[in-house]
Structure formats: C-alpha cells, structure tokens
Write a protein that binds this ligand. Structure first.
Ligand SMILES: [Mn+2]
Length: 314
C-alpha cells in the first residue's frame, strides 16, 4: 500500500489550502478526491521569470473565490472534496524535480485520487505524466492548452526545458500510444512543425489563427471515452486576459472560450484522470490575474469532478 500523503509531503492546513478555509471539507483532507499539488518549479525559464511564485499566489487568491459555482448552481467542491499538499523542498536539478513530482503523482493516483498540479513551469508535465502513461498505456489522451507547442527536442541545452514539455510527454520510454490534442497553438519553430508532420497519427492541433473555424465537437472527438490528462499552460489565454506569464503571445483564447472547451472536454472524456495549470507568473500588486488563475483552477476541478451541466435549477 503506497503511503498517502507521500513521504516528505503533508496536507496543508485549511487556512492555507485551496478555496475558502471555512469550506465544509476543510478538516477532512484524507477524504478528498482532488489533491492540489503546488509545484513552483522554475529552472529553464527563457524570457520573463516568476512562475516559482505561481502556486502560492493562486492558493492565496483562491481563498477569495465564491464557493458557489455559477453554472453548476451549487457549492460544487462539496461533491468531491479538495486537499492540498505541502511539498518537500525541490531538488536542485530539473530531472530530480521531475522524479519527485512523478513519485508524488503516483502516490496520489494509488490512493484513488485525482492530482491537480499548480506550476511552476511547463516542464513539470513531463514528470507528472509518467504514472499516467504507466496506468493507461494504450489510450491516454493529453489535452494541451498552450500558445507554444513545446515540441522542441530540448532547448538551450536542457532536455527537460519548458519548450520541450510536450516532446518529452510524447517520447515517454515504452509509451508510444499517447495522443496529444493541442489547442491555441500560435508560436513554434520549424523543427516543431516538421515533428508534427512526421507524427500526425498521434497529434491533433487547433491553431490560434484558425479560431473562427474551431468546433467543440472536432476538438473533443479524440477524447471521447478515453482517460484524459489536461495540461493548461496559462499563456493559452490571450495576453490581454492573462499577461502574467513568462512568454505571452497575442491572439489567444478568451476566458469564457477556454471554459467552454474545458467543459466540452470534461463532458466527452471517459474520465479526467489528472490535470495541471502551469506558467502563471504573478505580477506584484496586480491581483486581478491571481484571481483569474485561481478561478480557472477552480473551474477545472468542478468540470472534471462535479459535472458539466449548466444551470440545473431543478
Ligand atoms: Mn507550454
């Protein structure tokens, strides 16, 4: 039996956990189905920094969110329960950090709970995904929201760079059946384009420049009935909605548009097995963006674990 919480980690007390400390499940973290893992990895940043502070800013802004979900028309968190972990200090190297995260994610899954990692830079997904690849070797689908494709085979000498995150997900040793669905992509290099051309069987992409032609049905078709891991790089959102990120790119998703796709994805998936929200880099004294990131995180949990029905007023 795997130990839970995993060794070195502990449950955060209610007043430092996710959402309002006065929520009804604040004293029963062991019973929670969702486990928030704050993981402020920041090692391979290529432009603006600050994502190490992302998890703490999201956690603290989450205390200001309404517990009542405006679409589900109830305090949706109570359907599933939320615990948050205090992680041990990060090791020095990126690869040791990814090993640590893979071990923690594995223990959360072994306990029958859904891990939700708050980053931190996108390279963390390459570690987080390992236990999922092991458990769902035949049909795991990774749904990526991102401005960048992250398909480089390493960047600036770092194989586990944030710019290589999805490449590392797709080349998990022994796991060549992972499918990648990418939404909002609008900044990538020629080698990444060529990699896509050579791997189209495993990849579906919805480019930013094509937004007017996207349909929800088309985006979620590969997810139907499958185990789905959602990785949401916050720079998928348009830079005017979310400038608090290291490498913002114009021409991205609106907030409600992102929710609409998330809702459809959670509805289509056989099961959402895990999630991360990465690359949030808070801007000091500009709390609107902390709140946006926290609200997005809460919506992801509600859609994944509580349902996707709208305004069930009966
Ligand atoms: Mn990314």
């Amino acid at each position: 039996m795997t130990k839970f919480p995993p060794s070195g980690a502990s449950f955060l007390p209610g007043d430092r956990s996710f959402l309002d400390p006065l929520r009804s499940d604040a004293d029963t973290p062991a019973a929670a189905r969702a486990v928030v893992i704050p993981f402020g990895l920041e090692a391979s940043v290529s432009y603006g920094g600050g994502t190490a502070q992302g998890p703490a800013a999201i956690m603290s802004a989450s205390h200001q969110l309404e517990l009542f979900d405006d679409e589900l028309w109830r305090e949706a968190y109570a359907d599933y329960g939320i615990a948050a972990l205090q992680m041990p200090p990060l090791p020095d190297s990126v690869s040791a950090s990814l090993d640590q995260l893979a071990a923690v994610t594995d223990s959360v899954l072994a306990a029958g709970k859904m891990p939700f990692i708050l980053g931190g830079e996108h390279s963390l997904t390459a570690g987080a995904i390992r236990p999922f690849a092991k458990r769902f070797p035949d049909d795991l689908v990774v749904l990526q929201f991102d401005a960048h494709w992250d398909l480089r085979d390493g960047y600036l000498g770092e194989a586990f760079s944030h710019a290589a995150a999805m490449r590392r997900v797709l080349d998990q040793p022994g796991h060549q059946n992972i499918t990648l669905v990418s939404v909002g992509i609008r900044a990538f290099s020629e080698p990444e384009a060529r990699f896509y051309e050579a791997n189209r069987k495993r990849m579906h992409v919805h480019f930013g420049h094509d937004q007017a032609r996207w349909t929800l049905d088309e985006i979620v078709a590969p997810l139907r009935g499958k185990p789905v891991y959602i990785t949401f790089d916050i720079d998928a959102l348009d830079a005017h909605v979310m400038p608090a990120t290291g490498t913002p790119v114009p021409g991205g998703l609106g907030y409600q548009q992102a929710l609409e796709i998330l809702r459809a994805a959670c509805n289509a998936a056989g099961q959402v097995v895990g999630m991360d929200l990465v690359e949030f880099a808070p801007i000091a004294n500009f709390h609107a963006f902390d709140f946006t990131a926290a609200q997005l995180a809460a919506k992801m949990l509600n859609y994944a674990l509580s349902g996707t029905g709208r305004h069930s007023l009966v």
